[in-house]
Structures are given as C-alpha cells and as structure tokens.
Write a protein that binds this ligand. Structure first.
Ligand code: FAD
Ligand code: SF4
Length: 472
C-alpha cells in the first residue's frame, strides 16, 4: 500500500480551477494539475483497504490501490501500464468522469476520499508526455473483419481492443471526426479535442480504419455491413432527446441542448456548422431546462458566449447539500452538485415546471412557470414568468434514434427502446450483430461506454475465434 499512516498525516488536496473571471474568456481546459510531489502525497493517502470498494465504484474496475501505491513510489510507467490494463482512455475519464470511485472510497466516510480521478489523470498525462503510449499493433492477424458503427468512447474502446486482438476493424462514423459526445457534446473547456485526436492516431497506427461522414442506414446500408463483415458492433449512442411538448414549443429560440453545444464545439474545432441557423447565447437571457452534465455544459457555453443571464430550471426538488453516509455509502449519493459552470454565474431554480413558452413574432420571449410540490403537483398561486430569449432543453435522452440503421436492421429493443442485448455476450437479436454503450444501456457515462466497448470486444473476439485473451 501507499504510506501506512498517509491518510492520517496528509490532508486531501485536489486540483483547483483557474478563476472564473479568467476562464470564461476562452474555451480551453482550466483545471490546474497538482505538482508531481503533491500527487505522490495524495496517492500515499490510499489505505489499501481490505475490501477496496473503489474497484466496484469504478465501472471499468480500475485497480486503484495498486496504481496509487506505484505513484507513491514514483513508478509512473508501471502505474500507466496497470491503468491501461483496465481503461483504454484514462485521459478521458481523468477529465470528465464524475468519479463514482471517490464516492465509494472508504475515506469518503469522512468526506476526504483519495483524489482518485486526479491521480488517474496525472498518470496518463505523464505517460503521453514521456512517450510511453506507443501504438500496440497485433503481432498476427486473424483474417476476421469487424465493423463498428459509431466512434464514441464505446466504439473507440471496442475498436482498439479488437484491433489489438488481430482483427481488421473498420469504424463507421456519421460525423467528420471521432469522439461521439466527447467531441460534439462535451465542451472544450471540459476536455480539449486534441486529447481525442492523439488516441485516434494511436488507433490508426494499430490498424483501425475510420470511415467518416458515413451515416449507416443513410449513406451506407446497414445490411451491407452485416453481409461484408464477420461481426458488426452497434455503438451509435442514445441520441433521441427528451422533448418538452408544452404550448409554444415551436417558437424560434427553443432548442435542444444538442442543437446548441455541437455548434460551439465545431467553431472551436474550426469545423463548418452543419446548419445555416447559428444558435448563440450572446446578449440573451438564457434559460436551461434540466440539470445534469448537459445542462451544466449549456451554462458554461452560454456564459462564454456572453449571455446576459443564465437560469437553470430543475423540476426535481433541491437535493440535500450533504448525504447521509450511513444510508448511501459506498453508493453514488443523491446530493446537490455544483459544477464549475454553475460557479461561473447561473441562477438555479428547483421544483419548477415550465407550463408554456410565449413569444412575439414567432420568437420566444418568456416562459410560464409554476412551482411543484414533492408529488410534482403545481402549487396554486406559485405561477411566475421568466424572461427568455434562448431556451435550451437539457432533459436527457430517451433512447437511440430508431429511424435509419436500427429500423433497417430490424433489431429488437428493450422496454426503454434501447437495443436489446445482455451484458455477458452483448449480442443483439440478430446474428453477427452486437451492441454496446449508450445504444444498449441508454444515456449514461463515458466510463460506462468504455466498459461496455471493452466487454463487447471480448465477446466478439470469443465468438469469432472460439477463445479470447481480451479482458472483460
Ligand atoms: C452534453 C453532454 C455532456 C456530457 N458530459 C458527460 C460528462 O461530463 N461525463 C460523462 O461521463 N459523461 C458525460 N456525458 C455522457 C457521455 O458523453 C455518453 O454517455 C457517452 O459519450 C456515450 O458513449 P457512446 O460511445 O455509447 O455514444 P456516443 O458518445 O453518443 O457516440 C456515438 C457515436 O455514434 C455515431 N453514430 C450514431 N449513429 C450512427 C450511424 N447510424 N452511423 C454512423 N455513426 C453513427 C454518432 O455520431 C457518435 O459519434 C455527456 C453527454 C452529453 C450529451
Ligand atoms: S474511471 Fe471514473 S470511476 Fe474509474 S477510477 Fe477513473 S474517475 Fe474513478
């Protein structure tokens, strides 16, 4: 383990942010890494508990106490090897994972969990800096061909695993670049896109072929892939947004978050917008409907674009500031979470329902709102209006898009409309066709997408070869 008495001697210290006044003037990342010595001290706080709950908290089962110990002893390259044995892209999770591992850490019983995510990020950033992450092409080829639909974290993780196992892997992606929601949803200030580009270059050197601007089911017939490949993995995400069918929804200025966020990411990435209708928050009163990561990203982006005000509405009541550990630990607790974007200047309103959008000349001007009680019933007399020139709907995603590829294939769905496949074989209802990530499990997290991509690759390799050395 790290230092036997480390957790008694050393206080938790985590990465800080550049000041809000400074960071809102650009779209770059603003997290300030800890120094090498401080990171080692933080790793020394790991108690190497008899039961490392953090392993279970982490969806890719990162071997957290092992790499904490290696970091404490300055064995960074070995720590990187260990970390990459369970996670293809720790630089993604080290930046955007909500870190359920830290909620599970035994030291979280006293609100002082090990800074696991920060240490993970430090390990992989150092590995890139030192050139330790060379491509790992397979020593021999299997002669099998696998198509992966979708270059999000699930598709990328699966493709990398399958290529390293010796298969010819072709990734079909409808957008111009890889990354999925990491590229076009999550803003650059949370994760700069060069982080994705260097992994794509590594994967290409390992033999993965990316086919961009290829919308399967539209530009490329899905059945053609099934005919031409030995296996097809559907990793197209859950892109059907949840709507708010209130009166006035059709007004200009009411948009889904995923109409707004990708535009800014494209501007930063110097990609052309895919529409003639730029959506900008500059000089506007913005209302974001829905909490969660997507809502936060809309706030941070609106503030950077120069919004006059940003208000976030959440229909659920405000959760407690602090959880009751004895009821929640080691699980992920429901509590009030304040993101860096909230700190940049947004009003937050809880237990509020939007009953209508109102506008002038076809353009939204205000929202009609009402407060709701614990049973989601309108509280009489609590109606109020909210000024709004731009409304962003960030209420999550209901399922994958069925039109196009999924309908053409005729694949079976579960009762939530996701592609039906279990988490042992990841096999869909169709022969040779597998599914993983948000397309299979519904809207989730990057770390879950990586887990499912890895596990689906294991299953596909085993199906094609009768055996597999790929880890689950
Ligand atoms: C705005 C926003 C912010 C988020 N922030 C976080 C966060 O901070 N932390 C976190 O852990 N998670 C976050 N998430 C969730 C996370 O991004 C997703 O859970 C994760 O990206 C899912 O990975 P995936 O590979 O399954 O799908 P996706 O990332 O959605 O990738 C699917 C890919 O498939 C492509 N595709 C779809 N259909 C086709 C087709 N027919 N042909 C070709 N290509 C196709 C899409 O273009 C896309 O590139 C956020 C989500 C959003 C929307
Ligand atoms: S991937 Fe997420 S849950 Fe796993 S160790 Fe990293 S931050 Fe924690």
């Amino acid at each position: 383990m790290g230092k036997v008495t480390g957790f008694l001697e050393i206080d938790r210290q985590d990465r800080k942010y550049k000041s809000a006044a400074d960071r809102v003037r650009h779209y770059n990342e603003f997290v300030i890494p800890l120094s090498e010595e401080t990171t080692k001290d933080q790793a020394a706080r790991c108690m190497n508990c008899g039961i490392p709950y953090c392993h279970n908290g982490c969806p890719v089962n990162n071997q957290i106490p092992d790499w904490n110990d290696l970091v404490y002893h300055g064995e960074w390259e070995q720590a990187s090897r260990n970390l990459h044995s369970t996670n293809n892209f720790p630089e993604f999770t080290g930046r955007v994972c909500p870190a359920p591992c830290e909620a599970s850490c035994t030291l979280n019983l006293q609100d002082q969990p090990v800074t696991i995510k920060t240490i993970e990020c430090a390990i992989v950033d150092k590995a890139w800096e030192n050139g330790w992450l060379e491509p790992q092409p397979a020593a021999s080829k299997t002669g099998k061909k696998v198509a992966v639909v979708g270059a999000g974290p699930a598709g990328m993780a699966a493709a990398q695993q399958l290529a390293r196992a010796g298969h010819d892997v072709h990734v079909y992606e409808k957008h111009a670049k890889a990354g999925g929601l990491l590229r076009y949803g999550i803003p650059d200030f949370k994760m700069e896109k060069k982080i994705i580009d260097r992994r794509v270059a590594q994967m290409e050197a390992e033999g993965v072929v990316f086919h961009y601007n290829s919308n399967v089911g539209v530009d490329v017939p899905a059945k053609k892939l099934v005919d031409e490949y030995d296996a097809v993995l559907l990793a197209g995400g859950a892109e059907q947004p949840r709507d708010l069918p209130a009166p006035g929804r059709e007004l200009d200025g009411v948009h889904f978050a995923m109409e707004f966020l990708p535009q800014q990411n494209r501007r930063v990435g110097k990609e052309p917008l895919t529409t003639n209708e730029p959506i900008l928050a500059s000089g506007k009163h913005v209302v974001v409907i829905g909490g969660g990561d997507t809502g936060s990203d809309c706030i941070g982006t609106s503030v950077r674009q120069g919004a006059l005000s940003v208000t976030q509405l959440e229909i659920m009541p405000q959760p407690p500031v602090k959880e009751n550990k004895l009821l929640t630990w080691p699980d992920w607790p429901l509590k009030l979470r304040t993101s860096s974007s909230h700190e940049e200047g947004a009003e937050r309103e809880f237990a509020v329902l939007t009953s209508a959008f109102e506008g002038e000349n076809g353009v939204v001007k205000k929202l009609k709102c009402v407060r709701v009680d614990g049973k989601m019933q309108a509280v009489p007399g609590s109606e109020f209006d909210l000024k709004a020139d731009l409304v962003l709907l960030a209420m999550g995603f209901v399922s994958p898009v069925h039109e196009g590829m999924l309908k053409e294939l005729g694949v079976a769905f579960d009762n939530r409309g996701n592609v039906l496949a279990d988490t042992l074989g990841y096999a869909s209802s169709l022969d040779k066709v597998f599914a993983c990530g948000d397309m299979r499990r519904g809207q989730s997290l990057v770390v879950w997408a990586i887990r499912e991509g890895r596990q689906a690759a294991h299953s596909i390799d085993k199906t094609l070869m009768g055996r597999t050395d790929l880890p689950r």
